[in-house]
Write a protein that binds this ligand. Structure first.
Ligand code: PLP
Length: 441
């Protein structure tokens, strides 16, 4: 079994994380519960940041908070000197509530509302990543009304899509995000932005995909964008200050995944950007990246209680846990794979192959198919590894199931950072039939 970060088996024969026995975590906080290995998050953050520092490259490593956004997580990102990528008023509000420095916030999204843009302007955030012409015009108008100036990046689609080991070069940029580089939209947006008195165009942004295990896609995207920047310099005298190459760095979920280190991505990206900028005689820009999954993914473990068992003779053993697609929708959504052990006896030999079912009223609510496990019953705790990214942040209340709490562990200490939802929370926003809402005139 692969143990991540500070995870190991302690003297009691239990899984421990951050020096804390997971059986004790369950006794104190119940199940299901998300547990985060804080030391591992710090290690990953430093892996990205230190490589830029060692090479003397001005950079921002922005945590893509969509992967896991809570006040404590945003505060941890701040402690590690990360910037923050937000994609909604809610993520921005979380950052405000966490006291995150506004100047290090980057606001993404393909349909930011007027209210969200105003919130960003009023809080004077670091920059807005403008996604389309509608937003470009709206933002200019709002900044003018507010008599303020906003730094922006233009999100472009360089015609490169990277996914795991494949990268696809697409002539036609068919994506809901960004301005096409090849179809001339990006250049049109550049001219509009240069013309906008209330917008300061810092540079370009692209995000080529997720769970990427190689540097090829990033290298190709950087090359393509820099070639374009060279043309724009010649045609319009525009020189970029910032090149943001997005996130998408891959992590290990199972032994089919072989990720490279954060430092390796950063080294390759720096080398490629330096080479190309030099070739065209342009000044080196700041390099920004936006890792989400690779900062928090393998630092998260979900602990569940095992409940019912169903045998389909000669076919399958189903073991059900007290959570499922409500706390981790990734297997149902895109067939994501996970590894797991029994947290109270992780070293015990496997005796059977089981399939882990969630408790939701939905046949697709299966967490893991064909998992080798010791004989397990309702006294046992299942620890599913690598649930730190897009688990809690995509959690939902299907079947009116309350969301689990989040516990941070570090240096033998467990701290509750998100409380368990209660049934009262579930009905908190409901109104009874009698009190009919009336429309305001
Ligand atoms: C613009 C942008 N940046 C960063 C990320 C983070 O990606 P990951 O969590 O794969 O690193 C995403 C993910 O969707 C994204 O859309």
């Amino acid at each position: 079994m692969h143990y991540y970060g500070t995870s190991s088996v302690n003297e009691a024969g239990h899984l421990e994380i951050g020096g804390v026995d997971t059986v004790k975590i369950v006794e104190e906080f119940g199940t299901p519960v998300y547990v985060y290995d804080v030391a591992l998050i710090r290690e990953r953050a430093r892996g990205f940041k230190d490589t830029f520092a060692k090479r003397g490259i001005p950079a921002q490593v922005a945590y893509a908070s969509k992967a896991f956004s809570t006040i404590a997580m945003v505060q941890l990102a701040n402690e590690e000197g990360l910037s923050l990528d937000v994609v909604s008023g809610g993520e921005l509000y979380t950052a405000i509530a966490a006291g995150f420095p506004m100047e290090r916030i980057h606001f993404h999204g393909n349909n930011k509302s007027k209210e969200e843009l105003l919130m960003a302007i009023e809080h004077n955030i670091g920059c807005i990543v403008v996604d389309n012409f509608y937003e470009l015009t709206l933002l200019q108008e709002l900044c003018e009304q507010k008599n303020s100036k906003m730094a922006i990046l233009l999100r472009v689609t360089p015609g490169i899509e990277a996914h795991t080991h494949d990268y696809i070069l697409t002539g036609q940029e068919d994506s809901k995000f960004g301005f096409g580089l090849q179809n001339g939209q990006a250049e049109e947006a550049l001219l509009k932005a240069m013309d906008s008195p209330n917008l300061e165009l810092l540079g370009l942004h692209c995000h080529i995909g997720s769970q990427i295990f190689e540097t090829t896609g990033f290298v190709l995207a950087a090359k393509k964008i820099i070639e374009t920047l060279h043309q724009w310099k010649q045609a319009h005298g525009y020189e970029t200050k910032v090149l943001n190459l997005g996130g998408g760095f891959g992590i290990r979920y199972t032994n089919e995944d072989q990720p490279i280190q954060p430092s390796e991505y950063v080294e390759e990206i720096i080398t490629e950007v330096e080479k190309n900028m030099k070739q065209f005689g342009m000044n080196m820009p700041e390099i920004w990246i936006e890792p989400g999954r690779s900062l928090v993914g393998d630092a998260g473990t979900t602990l569940y209680k095992i409940g019912s068992r169903k045998e389909v003779p000669d076919v399958r053993q189903y073991l059900a846990i007290d959570g499922g697609m409500t706390d981790n929708i990734r297997p149902a959504l895109y067939d994501a794979k996970y590894e797991a052990v029994l947290a109270n006896k992780p070293l015990m030999e496997a005796e059977e192959t089981v399939s882990i079912a969630g408790k939701c009223c939905e046949s697709g609510d299966m967490l893991i198919w064909n998992l080798p496990l010791p004989k397990a019953n309702d006294q046992d705790i299942l620890a599913v590894f690598c649930t730190g990214a897009y688990g809690y942040s995509m959690a939902n209340n299907y079947n009116r199931i309350p969301k689990p709490p989040v516990v941070f562990v570090e240096n033998k200490e467990a701290v509750l950072v998100v409380k368990r939802e209660t049934y009262e929370d579930i009905v908190r926003l409901d109104l009874p039939l009698k009190e009919k809402a009336t429309l305001k005139k």
